[in-house]
Ligand binder design. Structure first.
Ligand code: HEM
Length: 153
């Protein structure tokens, strides 16, 4: 059957309008849009993050250049906070409940030397748990810029 153009147009306008209304009537999403969790998954999700943080703390607490800085620190609590932070920063389903980097590192008097030691331990820890270079680099790209908040405080 031949539908005259104006009716065709009206039909498609009506359809378009109906879908507009359908979209407009959808309730606002209650959760934030899906995050890119590819780095979190590359780390091995919850278990992988826990393994990495344990490897990092083993390295830090055994590193004579900086271990003394953790003498007064509750290790289990630090591990929990770093797990939360890594998970969150990597796009995982976690909330970081610790202090800001500025707050938690002020008063420690950290300099470039200590920062370098920490980064070396971090890279070795990522090697310990056999993360591929690409994943290591993605982690470093996130955490390296925090240098300015951590040193010279
Ligand atoms: C980008 C680099 C770093 C990240 C992502 C990081 C992450 C963290 C986190 C999440 C906390 C727990 C915060 C809280 O207590 O609320 C923390 C505490 C701490 N960090 Fe770092 N950190 C970094 C660099 C360093 C460096 C370079 C050192 C020393 C060499 C260091 C030494 C410490 C110490 C000693 C504490 C415990 C402070 C306390 O017990 O009050 N951090 N760090």
């Amino acid at each position: 059957m031949h539908i005259p153009l104006p009716r065709k147009l009206a039909a498609s306008l009506l359809l378009a309008c109906l879908s507009c209304t359908a979209i407009a009537q959808q309730p606002a999403p209650e959760t934030a849009p899906a995050r890119d969790d590819s780095l979190y998954r590359a780390l091995g999700a919850e278990e992988g993050v826990a393994r990495l943080v344990e490897a990092l703390l083993l390295r830090l607490y055994a590193d004579a250049r900086i271990a003394f800085l953790f003498a007064e620190t509750d290790r289990a609590n630090l591990a929990r906070l770093i797990r939360e932070q890594f998970c969150h920063e990597a796009g995982g389903p976690c909330t970081y409940s610790g202090r800001t980097m500025l707050e938690s590192h002020s008063g420690l008097g950290l300099k470039q030397k200590e920062f370098d030691a920490f980064v070396e331990d971090f890279i070795n820890a990522m090697e310990d748990v056999k993360l591929p270079y690409r994943t290591q680099n993605r982690m470093l790209r996130i955490f390296a810029p925090m240098r300015a908040e951590v040193i010279g405080q």
